[in-house]
Ligand binder design. Sequence first.
Ligand SMILES: [Zn+2]
Length: 381
Amino acid sequence: MSRTSNAVLSRLTVGALVSLMSAAPAFAQGGTPAKPETWNGNASQVQLSSLERLQTLMDQDTQTHALLAQAMGKVGAHSLREFAKVVKLCSSDTPSDVQGRATPGAIEGEIFFRTADSLVENQSLEKSYEDEINRFRHENRAVDVIAKLTPGFAVIKVQVDPVICIRSNIPMDEAFITFVHELTHFAKMDNLSEIDMLSFKNENEFLMNSVSQKGSEVDAYIAEFRSFIRKEKNRDRLPILAKSLFNDDGLFVGTRGELAKIILKPKSQGGFGYAEDSLKGEYANQLNSSYQREIQERNNIVDGINNLQENIAVDERNHAAYQHNLPIYQEEKDQKSIDEANKALDRLAKLIPGRKAILESDLKEIGKRDARINEYKRRFF
Ligand SMILES: [Zn+2]
């Protein structure tokens, strides 16, 4: 009798979809032109003592204190020394208006097709990937983990090795607010959830959503400006358009939509220039990668369907063979074979309808994916 393997496993790497987020604060010039000391001395690597000075500044305020704790918790760092491997100096080719940058890290992606065995034996697919996830966590490398489950398949994504960089030649007070900005991205941003590109009417809607989502630029600038105002004791040096959105205590009194518009607005109009700068081309990139992902996932489901159909055919042949053989075993009084046949028949009686149910839901999923692919083609490609 032939058997097919129950474990149908297909792997693919999910590409990184997120762009870098950088702080480009446009503060008005202060009165004194004297050149202050840089935050990290002239060291070529981030010094623990420099980080400790940043930590002291963050500890003075409950919100920034909590922010650092959240960021450290994200990579499982128990001390500033452990967290230090996340913080680097920005490379020398960093554009002059970029003070810092949070790079979310590579996405390690796997697709696991749900196996008929796991359905029958009620195993969790997330469970089967847990060892791998824990390995990253123990090495202080994992940032975020997301699992997407449909009846037919599961995607589990782990994001690893994030980096925060701070420009080397800025003074400590500027490094501090840059650190607050980048830590906000680092600690709060969800880089793994897939954006539904079909939900945006146009590029502007997409960009407004990009900067407004949790932990993105709106949150980072609120945190940064809040720290800046508390340090300065007033909001006099805030970028002119942002001034009315805060009070002198550093409280955000505007709306997120207003701040999002300022962040996207060209620099020539007093905005922060994100639409023409770091988010330029992002809409087209996201459309392309989302469309490709849709097609790839559809093809994975088709592979799953083909495997299921083969497995079901083998199961049904096996079932028929056992049923055919059982009376013969009984006639021969071959108890061992009778027991084996009954056990196999029981298992197949569960397995076949289980596999057929998955097949049915996979076929429905294909219909949904085809509709979405057609919608992409109709609107964009
Ligand atoms: Zn930013």
